[in-house]
Structure formats: structure tokens, C-alpha cells
Design a protein around this ligand. Structure first.
Ligand SMILES: [Zn+2]
Length: 470
């Protein structure tokens, strides 16, 4: 199966070709851990989960690295504003280290509840300061840096390709609305690699460096850690579209300047999850977390189902009504898969009937065409409703699709809605059992049909037969 992906670098849909046969190096910009992830943040990790599952489904071995930003992330994408970790620590009366540990755990818990696969490795920024210093030294040796006001800056004028992936219009940027507050910068696109002159009082996280005691700029962590674990040239880098103009642009500039070669082959970005009122924002407060959905009675997988209903490159608007309809669709799925499981076992994927095979091929086409998950959900329902597909095949194919969808279908059980059985019905049920024993399948089927017509399913379980409303 060839996986086609939309590459932000070049804005083109193209077949994925790995650098090393059968292997994928995948880097995803992880969370900043000064607060809970909001459901908009979680959309990015969900998209990356689908991408990774699809690559694995296509047979690749994926090395998936995600950073945890536990230092140096400022309240502005540039180098202005306040360090978010320090702000949160002050507000909550905790140390910055405790804040980072607490919200890292909360993030991992959220992703577990959404059935997002764990990365091969989480890399914490604070555990990789040495690697960042080494990369800044390399940039310094190659003449890409300058020191001003005590901080080390990346000199973007030395990197002519700056902003190529983001299609930044340099002229526009220079005269644009963004005000350059930092007087030490020679150019508006320059950015800090290492801070020593902290504008923030009581900076708790500082490290020794050749330029003095200080801490790294935000962008350098992703370059240093991805190169350490995936090499200086790897396959795929992901993140939200908001990272394109600054964070990813700066990551490319410093990585390619330091290593002197192309860094990443495919850039994949997801669109926002919006509220009716607009963009969700962590720093502005008032955002929804996964826990807030759970407290309203939703299962985290209802939210997963909801996200699958939108293509990752389209904006998706969150409303309680749409989450409600995802929850009810998932409830139907539980009943459907649960009742199939009660009555049969999954068949073999090698011996599928023609209809089942073509349903699975449609699904494969859709997921490998830039991860068209809304079409994939439709394929799943098409399969389950197809009278030409046997129950065994339905289960086998649904479980196969679930390797990508991640809805945990193999755990689904029909909710217990047993109906009380009248004496008359019990006689019929006993008669059916007797008929089956005598291999009188016609009579057994007739009795099943009688119940069927009345809107009941006969369920044979180890504790005997019971009735369930359809
Ligand atoms: Zn990053």
C-alpha cells in the first residue's frame, strides 16, 4: 500500500517514499506542559496518531519521537512575552519542575484515554540541554550566530532559504504588523538560540553554557532532539499549522545551517479545531479539556470518533451537538460489533468473500489518500450494513480497519438489555433448543424468526438463551 501525503513543503500531495526501506523517522512537536492540553491541542496528537497507525498499517516500522517542552516556551511565538512555565508556577504556587511533571503526566493520561499510541520515545527538553548547546556551538562555528545583549541569536540573513517551506514573503514580514520589540535583533526573522539576559525575574531553570548561565530558546530543542534520535536527515515532521511560519521555519533554518544538508522530507500539518466563537487558546484561558467532556458524561472515545469525522487538513468546529451525535453513532457501533461478537468469531482476512474484500480495499484507498478518515468511517458502516458480507467477514474487516481508527472495537460488548421472558416464550425457546439438538434447523430458524418479527434477538450464551430488544 502506497501512502499519499500532503507535503506542506511544496504544497503537494505525493506518495510517501522512506529514506530507509521499510522504516519511517517521525518527529512530532509535543506539548508545552504548563497547563492541561485543550481539546484543540489534542486534535494535533490525534492526527499524528492516525498518520503513525496508517504508516504501520502499510507495513512500515515507525520510530516516533515527541518532545515535551518543559522549558523556555514564551507567551509569544517570537522571543517576547513571558516564560509560560514561570507564569504558571507563580499562579499555582508550585515550582516550575513540579508544574512540568504534573502536566506531563496529565498529557500522557489524556492521550492514553484517547487511545493514542505512545511515541517510541518522549524526549524532555530539560534532559537535552547539552545537545542543544552542542548544536548552537556548531551554528557558531559555521558563522550563523551573533551575540547581542548577552543572548545568542540565529542570523537569518546568513540562510537565504529562510521561510521557503512556509512561503514567507520576506518583504511583507519586514514591514508587517509584528512589532520587533527586541532591540538586540539585527533582523526581524532572527531568533534567540540561548538566553543569558533573562527578562524574567527568578528564572528557576538555568544551565551553564559557553555563553554564560542561561536557558535555551524554544525552537532549538526540536532540532537538537530530532537530529539526535532520527539523524540529521529524516522522513516526516508534524505539527499544527500554527507552527509553520515561525517555529518550524526556525527549526529548518537552524537544523539545515548546522548540518549543511536537507533536514526533513515531508512536512505534515493539521488544521485547527475551532469553537463556534473562534480559535481555542490556552493562554487566554476558558478552554475545554478532555476531562471536561468526561464530566459531561462523554467517553474519551466519543471525542476520538468525533475527530475522525473531520479531515485533518480541514478546520473542524466543535459543538456539543456534534459530540452528541458522535457519541450516539459510537453507541450504535458498540451494539453492532457487540452483537456480531456474541454470535460469531472473526473470519480469516486471507479468505474474505468478494464483497468484504472490496469494502476493505475502499478503506485502504481512502486512508492511504492523505488519511481521509471521514470516508473511512463511512466505509466501516458500509461494511457493517452490507448484506453480501458474512458476519465473520464483517468482524474480521472491522477489526482490521480498527488498527487505524483506534476505536477499541475488540472490547465492545452489547449493553445488557435482556428482556424478561414470559412462560409462553420460554416454551418456544426450549422447543428451539430441542430442535437444534435434533438437527431440525428449519424449526429452530422458524422460532428465531418469530422473535425477530416481534423485534427481539435470541442470544445464545453459556448461561443459556436470552432475549434482547433489537
Ligand atoms: Zn517543534
Amino acid at each position: 500500500m502506497t501512502v499519499n501525503l500532503f507535503n506542506t513543503d511544496g504544497r503537494i500531495l505525493e506518495p510517501f517514499k522512506p529514506i530507509k526501506d521499510g522504516n519511517v523517522g517521525l518527529y512530532c512537536c509535543g506539548p508545552t506542559v504548563y497547563n492541561y492540553a485543550h481539546i484543540g491541542n489534542l486534535r494535533a496528537f490525534m492526527f499524528e496518531d492516525i498518520l503513525r497507525r496508517t504508516l504501520e498499517y502499510a507495513g512500515y516500522k515507525v520510530k516516533h519521537i515527541m518532545n515535551i517542552t518543559d522549558v523556555g516556551h514564551l507567551t509569544d511565538d517570537g522571543d517576547d512575552g513571558e516564560d509560560k512555565m514561570i507564569k504558571a508556577a507563580r499562579e499555582k504556587g508550585m515550582s516550575v519542575w513540579d508544574i512540568a511533571a504534573f502536566f506531563t503526566d496529565a498529557f500522557i493520561e489524556d492521550t492514553n484515554r484517547l487511545n493514542i499510541l505512545k511515541p517510541t520515545m518522549y524526549s524532555r527538553a530539560t534532559e537535552h540541554i547539552e545537545d542543544m548547546i552542542k548544536m548552537i556551538q556548531k551554528l557558531e562555528d559555521r558563522g550563523y550566530t551573533y551575540v547581542a545583549g548577552g543572548n545568542v541569536y540565529f542570523d537569518s540573513s546568513r540562510f537565504p532559504e529562510y521561510g521557503k517551506m512556509a512561503l514567507l514573503d520576506k518583504q511583507e514580514l519586514q514591514h508587517g504588523a509584528r512589532v520587533v520589540v527586541d532591540q538586540n535583533k539585527r533582523g526581524p526573522q532572527d531568533f534567540v538560540l540561548w538566553f543569558t539576559m533573562s527578562k524574567f525575574e527568578k528564572q528557576a531553570m538555568t544551565w551553564d553554557s559557553p555563553w554564560g548561565k542561561g536557558y535555551p530558546g524554544w525552537h532549538i530543542e526540536c532540532s537538537a532532539m530530532s537530529c539526535k534520535y532520527l539523524g540529521s536527515h529524516f522522513d516526516i515532521h508534524c505539527g499544527g499549522i500554527d507552527h509553520i511560519p515561525v517555529h518550524h521555519t526556525n527549526e529548518i533554518a537552524q537544523s539545515e545551517a548546522a548540518n549543511g544538508e536537507k533536514w526533513v522530507n515531508y512536512w505534515c500539518h493539521n488544521e485547527f479545531l475551532l469553537m463556534k466563537t473562534g480559535k481555542m487558546s490556552k493562554s487566554k484561558g476558558g478552554f475545554l479539556t478532555l476531562q471536561s467532556l468526561v464530566e459531561k458524561g462523554f467517553d474519551p472515545l466519543d471525542f476520538r470518533y468525533f475527530l475522525l469525522g473531520g479531515h485533518y487538513r480541514s478546520q473542524l468546529v466543535f459543538t456539543w451537538e456534534s459530540l452528541e451525535s458522535s457519541a450516539s453513532a459510537r453507541k450504535n457501533l458498540i451494539q453492532k460489533i457487540g452483537s456480531l461478537k456474541e454470535n460469531t468469531k472473526p473470519g480469516s482476512l486471507e479468505r474474505l468473500g468478494e464483497s468484504a474484500k472490496s469494502r476493505l480495499m475502499d478503506f485502504n484507498d481512502h486512508i492511504s489518500s492523505d488519511l481521509m478518515t471521514p470516508r473511512c468511517l463511512a466505509d466501516l458502516w458500509g461494511l457493517l450494513k452490507d448484506n453480501n458480507v458474512t458476519d465473520e467477514d464483517k468482524l474480521a474487516v472491522a477489526f482490521k480497519m480498527d488498527e487505524v481508527l483506534g476505536l477499541k472495537m475488540n472490547t465492545y460488548e452489547v449493553e445488557d438489555e435482556r428482556s424478561t421472558i414470559s412462560e409462553e416464550d420460554q416454551l418456544l425457546i426450549d422447543e428451539r433448543a430441542e430442535a437444534k439438538k435434533e438437527k431440525n434447523y428449519n424449526r429452530a430458524d422458524e422460532i428465531r424468526d418469530i422473535f425477530n418479527k416481534r423485534g427481539y434477538v435470541l442470544v445464545d450464551s453459556p448461561e443459556g438463551t436470552y432475549l434482547r430488544k433489537k
